[in-house]
Design a protein around this ligand. Structure first.
Ligand SMILES: *Cc1c(COP(=O)(O)O)cnc(C)c1O
Length: 342
């Protein structure tokens, strides 16, 4: 079993701190729920007393509602005319729909004249949004505008936030306020004071993954086989490189284990790791994310759907069936079999 064990008290203490630091925070629960599942995050958001929660796409609304979230739900991905479920949700009084094109504003106003909407402004990400030049004169009809949304790049610059906010302020409904993503909490507070506008922040990573010591991922040892050097093993008959053990650990492609994380090398050490891994690859060994007997071990072959074969050289038995071994995962791409709040 691939398991995520959460130190609930520590995790919640971190969440509490973030919420205090960021008044009006809108927690984000989307995708795999940052590893915790959207249902768990929805319950945490309720427990934090947040009356608004953001999800990524329309189909995630049901996940957070089934988990008991009763407040308003913002759908972050902007509405498009071909999304039937998002269209159905337009007239739901507890849904806030993001609209990011002038044509879509017109269409939404026809379909659901009093829909609650956030109007998205195009940023330097150039993902979605109405050009800031068009913002001051936008016709919003009778739509129930909850605010404007500005989704900045990962390290959002306060200058860009200010410039776009000033464009919003020119609109008659500019005072409804701005919902930012990816601005520092200090910058958000300073901007709110400077512009005299309500400001809210949508936060996922800093809220759920900000205290890395509050959770840990483990795989379970399912089998251990001692084999002499040169024994063929696995689907592809790869030969064991030395005397040692094949250790079968739960956690495979279905869980998202060992998906290559995008390389944004910041430090020299981080740059060296791919080099070390590339050298291992030349030798026919790829470092697995599993730590067995104190070290990251190479894959004996590419991971299977639900388990992985890793090779541990040396004498004796490095692990017992049932042992839980640490596994390095990328939290936004991993599906755990169990999330345990301890
Ligand atoms: C996913 C998302 C967020 C949350 O991003 P984090 O980096 O996880 O905090 C915020 N805003 C928008 C529009 C998003 O799509």
């Amino acid at each position: 079993m691939l398991k995520l064990t959460v130190d609930a008290a520590r995790w919640r203490a971190h969440q509490q701190k973030v919420v205090e630091d960021c008044p009006g925070i809108v927690p984000v629960a989307k995708g795999n729920g940052y590893g915790f599942t959207n249902a768990v995050l929805a319950r945490e958001a309720s427990r934090l007393g947040c009356e608004t929660l953001a999800v990524g796409i329309a189909s995630e609304v049901a996940e957070v509602r089934e988990a008991g979230f009763e407040g308003s739900v913002v759908v972050l991905n902007p509405w498009r005319p071909f999304d039937a479920l998002a269209t159905k949700l337009l007239s739901d009084a507890r849904i806030i729909t993001t609209v990011s094109r002038v044509d879509d504003l017109r269409r939404v106003a026809e379909l659901a004249p009093s829909a609650r909407v956030l109007v998205e402004v195009e940023t330097s990400m150039h993902r979605h949004g109405i050009s800031p030049d068009d913002v001051p004169r936008l016709d919003l009809g009778s739509l129930d505008v909850q605010g404007w949304t500005i989704h900045l790049p990962a390290a959002g610059s306060v200058e860009e936030a200010r410039r776009l906010s000033l464009a919003v302020a020119e609109h008659p409904q500019g005072a409804k306020g701005i919902w930012f993503s990816h601005l520092s909490f200090d910058d958000a507070r300073a901007l709110a004071a400077e512009l005299r506008m309500p400001v809210r922040m949508r936060v996922g990573t800093r809220l759920w993954l900000g205290d890395k010591g509050a959770y840990r991922a483990t795989g379970t040892v399912l089998d251990v086989h001692r084999l002499p050097k040169g024994t063929a093993c696995g689907y592809h008959g790869a030969r064991t490189p030395a005397d040692g053990c094949i250790v079968v650990v739960s956690g495979g492609t279905a869980h998202g284990v060992a998906l290559a994380a995008p390389a944004t090398a910041h430090s020299f050490k981080q740059r060296l790791i791919p080099i070390a891994e590339a050298l291992d690859e030349v030798r026919g060994r790829v470092t697995s994310p599993f730590t067995v007997a104190g070290r990251k071990r190479p894959f004996a072959e590419p991971p299977h759907m639900h388990s992985s074969l890793v090779f541990v050289d040396g004498p004796g038995l490095p692990a017992q069936v049932g042992d839980e071994v640490p596994v390095t995962v990328r939290m936004t791409t991993t599906h755990f079999d169990e999330v345990q709040l301890a």
